[in-house]
Write a protein that binds this ligand. Structure first.
Ligand code: GDP
Ligand code: MN
Length: 389
């Protein structure tokens, strides 16, 4: 689960990481009140969206007086902000109003999990700010990495070493790195990122931006954080999927995947890619799914305009194949099934399931194994894209 910048900054402030003074506003009136409270200009108006790259997209505006503040807030609130990270855009329902900072230099700092090391890492760079992604692509050495022993935590010497290597004021910056680790650990975060972490003209170290992801599987331990979720920022399909407790993640491709079991779902992503295609989603309908859940899962897949073909890859164990078939037939009564369906069905009651589907009148293409299925799905997706162009 992603937090908004203003939420993450409130957490930072609680832990003692310096952030600019400010507050989130949901309306123009609130924004003006906050500006009055802050009592001085210039202020910064920042669109609160779950998406980076706001600076370049006009989502961060420095304002010198009330008129400019009104103009900036009105130009953002209620609009959709598109950035290079989110080409479809995200709705702006709140803005952060905060005191402007005199930047001397911008740095990058983050704690996240390095899956290949199975350990958290502190990563930081003196090349912070808006260009960090490009800089790192061209010059990976621009990022310095300290691996964290999860038993010991980030050690003070590591934090000081990092600050020293970057040329940051060692005491202040090391303290911030250590606080970032505390937050990461205490809140079961999967990402705590500050970009830019700035040194001000006055020589202070301040977190000018804040990004935090909380591990969904740990949210039961943090009901206060779970409450902060802004579902409006989720892709519409993911919002729907949440309602039915489906493990669904929207991806960038055009092959809708309906799979049971996380392992088989991952394998399906891999095999689709191997066959030269791109999955439109990850979906694990799980073992315990009932007909209604399957019907809704299928309806959500169909509701994604990117989906040009559906690849059903099921090995029926606890989830019997006939139940899955009934779910899909149920879904076909709710929504128009506008794309071909490639189906690889094996396991418990596979024969009954196949029969139900083939007799359903739907455009079902049965395949004998998942490699054939992946190839067929990729071929149909390509044909569909070509006929669109
Ligand atoms: P992002 O583009 O979505 O990551 O948004 P950021 O919060 O990182 O802001 C983008 C950029 O706006 C920063 O890298 C800064 O250069 C600039 N910026 C943000 N706040 C301030 C501020 O208080 N003063 C000044 N001078 N620039 C700011
Ligand atoms: Mn940023």
């Amino acid at each position: 689960m992603k937090l908004h910048e203003h939420q993450a900054k409130e957490i930072f402030a609680k832990y003692g990481i310096p952030v600019p003074e400010g507050k989130a506003a949901f309306t123009l009136e609130q924004a003006k009140e906050i500006a009055e409270e802050l009592g001085e200009f210039p202020l910064v108006v920042k669109a609160q969206v779950h998406c980076g790259g706001r600076g370049k997209a006009g989502g961060v505006k420095i304002v010198k007086n009330m008129d400019e503040l009104e103009e900036a807030v009105s130009s953002l609130l209620g609009k959709t902000l598109k950035t290079f990270q989110c080409p479809d855009g995200k709705p702006v329902t709140r803005v952060l109003i905060e005191k402007a900072t005199n930047i001397d230099k911008e740095y990058y700092a983050a704690i996240t999990l390095d899956r290949s090391k199975s350990k958290p890492v502190l990563m930081a760079s003196a090349a912070g700010g808006m260009e960090i992604e490009e800089i790192v692509k061209e010059n990976p050495d621009a990022i310095i990495i300290e691996t964290i022993d999860p038993e010991l935590g980030l050690m003070p010497f590591q934090a000081r070493k990092m600050a020293f290597k970057l040329g940051l004021p060692v005491k202040e910056a090391a303290k911030i790195f250590l606080k970032m680790w505390e937050i990461y650990k205490d809140l079961d975060a999967s990402l705590v990122e500050i970009n830019p972490l700035v040194v001000t003209k006055e020589g202070k170290v301040v977190a000018l931006d804040a990004k935090m992801d909380i591990d969904d599987n740990a949210l039961f331990r943090h009901p206060d954080l779970a409450e902060l979720e802004d579902e409006e920022q989720l892709p519409p399909q993911e919002r729907e999927a949440k309602k039915y407790n489906l493990n669904y993640v929207k991806l960038n491709g055009n092959i809708g995947c309906m799979v049971n079991g996380a392992g088989l779902a991952m394998t399906t992503m891999d095999i689709v890619k191997l066959a030269g295609g791109e999955p439109a989603n990850f979906l694990d309908v799980g073992g315990g799914a009932n007909v209604e859940q399957i019907a809704n899962a299928f309806r959500i897949l169909m509701g994604d305009p990117d989906v040009k073909v559906v690849f059903i890859n099921i090995f029926g164990g606890i989830l019997r194949v006939d139940r899955l078939a009934k779910g899909i037939i149920e879904a076909s009564k709710m929504v128009e099934i506008r794309v071909p369906i490639v189906a690889r069905l094996e396991g418990t009651n596979a024969e009954e399931g196949r029969k139900l589907l083939l007799e359903s009148g739907l455009n079902i293409i049965p395949v004998k194994d998942m490699w054939e299925g992946a190839q067929k799905a990729v071929e149909l997706a390509k044909e569909a894209e070509q006929s669109c162009n």
